[in-house]
Write a protein that binds this ligand. Structure first.
Ligand code: GLN
Ligand code: ZN
Length: 769
């Protein structure tokens, strides 16, 4: 790939309209303000509506959204960010990169959903985290034999649809570098080598957009904010210089987000693309000094946080915008990333305390903020003086709210000493706990939740509608707990759980009981496909007014002579799955949550609980995208977990659970969590995880999942015996625990019972051997 084309060649066939824009967003939510798309897609899957009806719902949603963004004053509106499931999958379709196993499926939509979710005979694409967000994308699979081909119907149709509405539409596609970096090479090849195959398709696409009279195209390249190799940096030059000089094209905006561009910014701008979007929220002001000197490139300044729900500080934003303009750069105002990651609008939040609501901005409110800021840049702040003043007042009000600084909490945290986050050496604890618990070798247990039955969901709905009162609800939950405890005794498990029937969600359940958190009624955000979550908002100092789980666990313990594990969600996970306050470092908020969890562990212990599990499935997901930022994060994340779990006696056994097995950069941190027992996924990765842990010097208890709970399949006892035997080659019997991969809440009762019986049979057989 040659980087030998001349600098900044502007081809004459670039539309010579001097169209530019001043206010935009990088993308928008798509699931529907009331999750209409979720319902329609699920109805289509269930055969309750046909494809035509699904397309109609989707078109209505797009129309409403495009119209409202335009009416609010955006003068360039992203289109094509709509998706029936996932935009990375859409890109794979666009580039003809669906895996071979779905190619035989005749119907286009069914083929698409087969790639997304699988069918009886076809495995779906893998799903993984979209950078450091809680959105999950489908991982395209690219084999040596994958022949790319362009299928531009969707982006072109959505472009025409928007144009027909009179919208200044800017088609959005995932750029080639990010697409290849996110894809998985089936045969381990370096996918960067496939750029040469993709570029002609992108050139064709640009031509088609130009012919369709798009003034601008947005190419999303969030991968450019990660650490790039020299080859990747060189690829920026090759790719965008070539696209910038292609013979017929709209103006090109390369959109980057989720962090600072750093060393990639200048090379990217020098390729001759017309605009670069920089994330001035996640990236801070790091890119400002270079960006302000790029006078040939429109800087699309992401000053409004697309990944959090707080109202923008207009003065900070205007200062950043002024710094850019003063350097000579042309500037447009934008969201820092797509608004996919925030709810639609505050208007639906009728139950939110008005004071708190005045501090917030969801999707629609962010659009209004962007328009205000853009107007201030274009016409001077006086033109929007009243709107700026409203924002300033809200901000002052937020800062003055006493719930943001609760002195007793802060005093307690400052008074903590190193000893408060340290327990006795692990082998001493092991002996003490062995003596107290008297468990057999290879103890069997589960990760916490049992199937969330229809009965549980009905009770929850009845409580919400006021058909039953709290006492009746509690009684029904107790009945569930009693059933699950009896079931576990019957199966013969060694360490029992209460089954978590009372928890709708492992974060929301705690958020509802902690001070400093607020819940929304309609603040849904797409997590993947049709799955949405409603993250709580952490707005103030976190405190625990009362015990949260003790009654349930004590009740379960009262029903059995076997130990019942207390179940808590860890501070990092609660933080990761909430909207976090932006007025103090995340590490400070994590410490406050940790203190609340610590108090809960102490109460559980006082109530007689001998084993407490603190789940941290999100430990890896908050890992910063840049290696340079990772050690600091891991230090505070580990410290928060240890603060949460070091308040108990050495005789109390602390467990943790992590929802994955590829630890990568965090393997050292897992050992430092210093949990007595760590359960992880392993069934799908064949116990390799144990070698990884050993290599990192991990010598605590470990429960590598012996079967995959993500599938309804019941594993045979022999299979489990075999994986345990393999585990025993890596880990001595004194340290090995026997458990499934993850919680059982999404599974059916029959398969759970059958699988657990086989698991206990396998463990018993091995013990005797
Ligand atoms: N204790 C939780 C459960 O079993 C853990 C879930 C998780 O790790 N995501 O459901
Ligand atoms: Zn899990």
């Amino acid at each position: 790939m040659g980087g030998d084309r001349p600098l900044s060649t502007r081809s004459t066939t670039v539309p010579d309209t001097n169209t530019t824009f001043t206010a935009t967003v990088l993308g928008a939510p798509r699931i529907g303000p009331n999750r209409e798309l979720k319902r329609a897609v699920e109805a289509y899957w269930g055969g309750r509506i046909d494809a035509a009806e699904l397309h109609r719902v989707a078109a209505d949603l797009r129309t409403a959204q495009l119209t409202s963004m335009h009416a609010a004053g955006l003068d360039s509106v992203p289109v094509g960010t709509f998706s029936y499931y996932d935009h990375v999958l859409d890109t794979a379709v666009l580039l003809g990169a669906l895996p071979e196993r779905v190619q035989g499926i005749e119907d286009e939509l069914d083929r698409y959903f087969a790639a997304a979710r699988g069918t009886d005979t076809v495995a779906p694409l893998e799903m993984t985290k979209w950078f450091d967000t809680n959105y999950h994308y489908l991982v395209p699979e690219i084999a040596a034999g994958t022949q790319f081909s362009l299928h531009p119907d969707k982006p072109l149709a959505e472009l025409r649809e928007a144009q027909a509405l009179g919208i200044p539409a800017r088609p959005v596609v995932v750029g080639p570098i990010t697409f290849l970096k996110l894809a998985k090479a089936i045969d381990g090849a370096d996918l960067l080598d496939r750029l040469e195959d993709l570029l002609p398709l992108y050139e064709q696409l640009l031509t088609l957009f130009a012919e369709a009279r798009a003034d601008w195209v947005q190419m999303d390249e969030p991968s450019l904010v990660t650490d790039l190799s020299a080859a990747e940096l060189a690829a920026i030059d090759t790719v965008y210089r070539r696209l910038a000089t292609s013979s017929s094209r709209p103006k090109i905006l390369v959109a980057t987000y989720f962090g600072r561009l750093g060393e990639a910014l200048e090379p990217l701008a020098r390729t001759g693309v017309d605009a670069v979007a920089v994330d001035l929220v996640a990236g801070g002001t790091a890119d400002l000094p270079v960006a302000r000197t790029l006078t040939e490139t429109l800087i699309v300044a992401g000053v409004v946080d697309g990944h959090n729900v707080w109202r923008t500080d207009p003065d900070a934003a205007l200062a950043a915008l002024a710094e850019l303009s003063d350097g000579g750069a042309s500037v447009a105002v934008s969201s820092s990333c797509s608004l996919l990651h925030v709810p639609y609008s505050l208007e639906a939040e009728t139950d939110l305390e008005p004071r708190l609501a005045s501090w917030l901005a969801f999707g629609a409110e962010k659009v209004a903020e962007i328009v205000t800021l853009a107007t201030a840049v274009q016409q001077g702040p006086a033109a929007v003086a009243d709107r700026l003043e409203i924002a300033r007042t809200a901000l002052r009000d937020r800062r003055a709210d006493p719930r943001l600084r609760v002195e007793p909490i802060r005093t307690r945290l400052t008074a903590l000493e190193a000893a408060d986050t340290r327990r006795a050496p692990a082998d001493q604890r092991r002996e003490l706990q062995r003596a107290r618990l008297g468990l057999p070798q290879l103890p069997t247990t589960t990760i916490g939740s049992y199937p969330q039955t229809g009965r549980i969901r009905l009770a929850r709905a009845a409580l919400r509608r006021g058909e039953i009162d709290g006492a009746e609800y509690d009684a029904r939950m107790r009945a569930e707990i009693a059933e699950v405890v009896a079931l576990q005794e019957d199966i013969g498990l060694d360490v029992l759980v209460h089954g978590e029937p009372e928890r709708n969600d492992m974060v929301q359940y705690f958020a509802e009981q902690l001070d400093g958190f607020a819940a929304t009624s309609n603040g849904w955000v797409q997590s993947y496909g049709t799955r949405c979550v409603r993250p709580p908002i952490i707005y103030g100092d976190v405190a625990r007014p009362a015990a949260m789980t003790v009654e349930w666990i004590s009740y379960a313990q009262s029903l059995t002579g076997k130990p019942v594990k207390g179940m808590l969600t860890g501070p990092v996970t609660i933080l990761a799955w909430s909207f976090v306050r932006d007025d103090q470092p995340e590490s400070d908020t994590a410490r406050q949550i940790a203190l609340a969890i610590r108090d809960e562990t102490i109460d559980l212990e006082a109530a007689g609980t001998a084993i407490i599990q603190v789940d941290e499935p999100a430990l890896r997901e908050l890992l910063p995208l840049r290696r340079a930022d990772q050690p600091d994060y891991l230090a505070w994340a580990v410290a928060a977990f240890r603060l949460a779990t070091s308040g108990v006696a050495d005789t109390t056994q602390v467990h943790t659970h992590l929802c994955y097995s590829e630890f990568g950069e965090i393997i050292g941190a897992i050992a430092e969590l210093d949990a007595d027992v760590t359960s992880v996924e392993a069934a799908r990765s064949h116990m390799e995880v144990l070698d990884d842990l050993n290599a990192a010097g991990f010598d605590l208890g470990v429960g590598p999942g012996v079967y995959d709970i993500h599938s309804p399949r019941v594993p045979a006892a022999e299979e489990i015996t075999e994986s345990l035997s393999r585990a025993l080659k890596a880990v001595p019997a004194q340290r090995l625990w026997v458990n499934p991969d993850c919680g059982l809440k999404t599974r059916g009762t029959d398969e759970v019972v059958a699988s657990l019986r086989n698991m206990v049979t396998a463990a018993t057989a091995l013990r005797q051997a």
